[in-house]
Design a protein around this ligand. Structure first.
Ligand SMILES: NC(=O)c1ccc[n+]([C@@H]2O[C@H](COP(=O)([O-])OP(=O)(O)OC[C@H]3O[C@@H](n4cnc5c(N)ncnc54)[C@H](OP(=O)(O)O)[C@@H]3O)[C@@H](O)[C@H]2O)c1
Length: 255
């Protein structure tokens, strides 16, 4: 049976799982990573690492390697690569699919303040010193320097670079998934009274949100940027169904 040639933009657990499922079905998948983490997780398919050089570079890459399909399975907060992917696919006329986990929804007992950006989240902490769990990754952690009166517990996969210039902070290097009980212990042992988080969605990092709810803590929740115009699915199973629909078996066999 023939297979379709897929370029998958990854950097998430969902991308890894979908890549595995597609490889199991005999498709040729090249997984693209930005190269942000020093020790990226092992992947089940061939990978390439590094930027393409904007939408134009990505369009050229798609043409040169004659891909049939692009899957954008990047993190919901990786807005630039998603915009580039949309633009490149419409330029080249290639089929595109976005795999995006649903965002978290506020539940009874949650005490969320909604903001649009990481900088706004820091402003909303206020002027009175607080003990903050900053769980927004290392790329935007520097926004905290605008409010040095707070204590920050900063968690990231790799060290924040350049190091944060803050008088009262602790850095924690760790990679999810994080379960609720562990998160609760972390929040309690550090005397945290507010969590700053991105609305990433998914189970792997939801533990801190659940733990904050149980402890009655305030969460400053950073919203996602605008949704993509690409056809979007929310689960690996739905992505496989959509691909079967887009490339029916007789088409894949070239019948
Ligand atoms: N942002 C987050 O909170 C977050 C969290 C977890 C994982 N990630 C993952 O980390 C990666 C980088 O995130 P970001 O927020 O820095 O992205 P971004 O701001 O949307 O992208 C910045 C640039 O990085 C390159 N790039 C991003 N993702 C790429 C990929 N999968 N393959 C090849 N090049 C890529 C592109 O460079 P060129 O323009 O040169 O092509 C892009 O223009 C993403 O792949 C994402 O899935 C991000």
């Amino acid at each position: 049976m023939g297979s379709i040639r897929i370029l998958m933009l990854g950097g998430t657990g969902e991308a890894r799982n979908l890549a595995q499922a597609l490889a199991d079905r005999g498709h040729s998948v090249l997984l693209s990573l930005a190269g942000r983490t020093e020790n990226p997780a092992a992947q089940p398919v061939p990978t390439r690492i590094g930027g393409f050089g904007g939408a134009e570079g990505l369009a050229n890459f798609l043409r040169e390697h004659a891909f049939d399909l692009l899957i954008d399975a990047t993190h919901p907060f990786a807005a630039r690569i998603s915009r580039n992917a949309e633009e490149a696919c419409s330029k080249v006329g290639i089929v595109a699919l976005s795999l995006r986990r649903p965002q978290w929804i506020e539940q009874a007992g949650d005490r969320w303040t909604h903001v649009e950006t990481a900088a706004q989240a820091i402003t909303r902490l206020g002027t009175t010193p607080r003990r903050v769990f900053l769980a927004i990754g290392r790329q935007e952690a520097h926004v905290a320097e605008a409010a040095p009166q707070h204590f920050y517990l900063v968690r990231s996969v790799d060290p924040v670079d350049p190091p944060l210039c803050l008088p009262d902070m602790q850095c924690l290097l760790d990679r999810g998934p994080f379960d609720m009980e562990r998160e609760r212990t972390l929040l309690e042992s550090n005397g945290i009274d507010v969590v700053v988080a991105k609305n990433s969605g998914g189970a792997a990092t939801y533990g801190k949100i659940e733990a904050a709810r149980r402890l009655g803590l305030h969460v400053i929740m950073i919203a996602r940027a605008q949704a993509t115009a690409m056809r979007t699915v929310t689960t690996v199973g739905a992505a496989l169904d959509a691909i079967d629909h887009l490339f029916p078996p007789e088409m894949k066999r070239g019948v």
